[in-house]
Design a protein around this ligand. Structure first.
Ligand SMILES: C[S@@+](CC[C@H](N)C(=O)[O-])C[C@H]1O[C@@H](n2cnc3c(N)ncnc32)[C@H](O)[C@@H]1O
Length: 234
């Protein structure tokens, strides 16, 4: 069962962090402005990760409806809308959603992208062909990631593409994006997850019997390390 209190608490802390504490740093990281060498490695890693997601998704997305779960400043929402998908882009951090709206090209927003402030799990967002959750589940423990995926799977017909922080001996002590912002920003911890354990848990989860793990990819770029996983219908 979903541990509601824990998930809600965690989401509340992430909202405070992304909406207030790290809002400007995050806006800079996701823009073209010059950033420190360390953050530049993170930016490059995230660009590569976004490219992985775009490789996994169909080239022609006309007729598709995609949920960008934890859309942040909206780069993936724009890229998928550019391919023709209708996009519902949701983030709990309203200030980041405002930046996403400002940045979205006029030919895509509002015509193709529906930006919303809220919880990615809310059923009110509707049903989708595809879901992307890039680096938006990295602060959740494996059980909660599983609950989120199982919840989204009920409303998704084709693919769920998400990332987690891979548990490697090195990374368990040196948490990629966790080192990105100064200590006093009190970044919520990134929780490393073992890919093997996650894949096993997905295979054994009764809520995901119709799904299987598809492609996986790990991106390492300086202080950025993230593991992408694709779930597809059996
Ligand atoms: C590391 S950022 C990544 C943003 C975006 N996906 C990207 O790659 O640029 C994680 C985002 O997930 C959002 N987030 C975390 N948990 C969420 C939830 N339960 N519902 C909606 N948004 C959430 C945060 O507010 C934050 O903007």
């Amino acid at each position: 069962m979903m541990s509601i209190a824990t998930y809600d608490e965690r989401r509340g802390r992430l909202q405070t962090y992304f909406d207030k504490t790290a809002m400007t740093a995050w806006a800079h990281l996701t823009s073209d402005v010059k950033v420190s060498g360390i953050r530049q490695t993170v930016r490059e890693g995230r660009d590569r990760m976004r490219a992985v997601f775009m490789t996994w998704l169909p080239t022609n997305m006309h007729g598709a409806t995609l949920l960008d779960a934890g859309c942040g400043t909206g780069a993936l929402a724009v890229a998928t809308a550019r391919r023709g998908s209708h996009v519902v882009a949701v983030d709990v951090a309203g200030n980041l959603v405002e930046i996403a709206k400002d940045r979205a090209p006029a030919d895509l927003f509002p015509a193709k992208i529906d930006f919303r402030v809220g919880d990615m799990l809310s059923p009110e967002h509707g049903s989708f062909t595809d879901v992307v959750a890039m680096d938006s589940l990295i602060h959740y423990p494996m059980r909660e990631i599983l609950d989120v995926i199982a919840g989204l799977a009920q409303r998704t017909s084709r693919s769920i593409n998400f990332t987690f922080a891979p548990a490697t001996p090195l990374l368990s002590t040196m948490h990629a994006v966790g080192l990105l912002f100064p200590r006093n920003d009190r970044a919520p911890a990134i929780i490393p997850v073992s890919q093997g354990r996650l894949a096993k848990a997905i295979a054994e989860d009764q809520r995901l019997v119709d799904w299987k793990v598809g492609r996986t990819a790990r991106i390492i770029s300086g202080f950025y390390t993230s593991q992408a996983m694709e779930l597809v219908r059996r």
